[in-house]
Design a protein around this ligand. Structure first.
Ligand code: HEC
Length: 261
């Protein structure tokens, strides 16, 4: 296999970039538009997703800007067979064997130390170089976010991940079978039809409004928002309650359209 290199490889290239930037800075003397990028397009000033130990945040703050670059972990033939593009990275990482050290998984939920991704980022892998290649290592804050996300189970914002890590182990002890608590069965194969677009048992609110976590009764039940009366108690009944970064995964799944994925 031919060993391709990522962009930004050498000194000559960096000198060229520096010269280009200098030329651009001179071209951008006062009046030529402060909120424009190097191509003259408006700079996106929407608030960035804060760094937190949550898959979508890690994708936006780390994988997309630092890894899914052209010639690196993106495209039809990504380096080491690993794509880190939005929409593809979760499946490529979690419970998937590393191609360099197949005995290790790229991400082993609950076990950051033995997750090959962490070893590559911390520079302790036995094969190849520290990632990101030809760039400064990730800050300890970013690596901490990835470690914490893995420790908490490496949840992804898809129903199958939520089912496997939350509904099945935590909720189905009450929400199961033909007479489930509150008429809500959260077993695998049932949860989607029971949640999405379905009214709650004792009122008109919808359990999960696809695309709108803020109006989904399920989230109120998990966060404990304005409960009591016919709205009942916080779930899981009696606690311990889900951590906010775990609830955030369910919010992300709903806001992305609550697909049966
Ligand atoms: C120990 C039993 C128990 C566990 C565990 C439990 N629930 Fe419940 N759940 C109930 C009971 C009982 C009700 C009805 C009373 C209430 O709403 O407070 C209910 C009601 C609900 C409702 C309202 C449904 C409706 O249509 O009114 C939702 C949503 C819900 N639970 C979600 C969950 C989720 C998600 C989990 C897991 C994270 C969970 N529950 C864990 C017992 C449980």
């Amino acid at each position: 296999m031919k060993n391709q290199t990522c962009p930004l490889p050498g000194r000559t290239f960096r000198v060229m970039v520096a010269l280009l930037l200098l030329a651009l800075m001179q071209a951008c003397s006062p009046g030529s538009g402060e909120n424009l990028d190097e191509n003259g397009n408006p700079v996106d000033e929407s608030p960035a997703l804060a760094l937190s130990p949550n898959f979508n945040s890690i994708q936006a703050n780390i994988f997309t800007p630092s890894c899914a670059l052209s010639g690196c972990h993106s495209g039809a033939a990504p380096q080491a067979g690993l794509t880190l593009q939005t929409g593809l990275s979760f499946q490529a990482l979690v419970n998937q064997a590393s191609s360099e050290v197949p005995a290790l998984q790229r991400i082993e939920p609950g076990n950051p130390d033995d997750s090959y991704l962490i070893r590559k980022l911390e520079g302790t892998a036995s094969v190849g170089v520290q990632m990101p290649r030809n760039a400064a290592p990730l800050s300890s804050e970013k690596i901490r976010a990835i470690r914490d996300w893995i420790s908490a189970g490496a949840l992804g914002p898809s129903l199958s991940s939520i089912q496997q890590n939350i509904f099945t182990p935590i909720c189905t002890q009450c929400h199961f079978g033909s007479n489930p608590a509150a008429g809500l069965n959260l077993q695998a194969g049932e949860s989607y039809d029971q949640l999405v677009g379905v009214k709650r048992s004792f009122g008109d609110e919808i359990r999960v409004v696809a695309g709108d976590a803020g109006n989904s009764f399920l989230i109120d039940k998990l966060e404990g928002n304005a409960l009591g009366g016919s709205r009942g108690d916080r779930m899981p009944l009696g606690g311990p309650y889900l951590q906010q970064n775990v609830i955030d995964v369910i919010i992300d799944w709903i806001d992305a359209g609550a697909k049966n994925d």
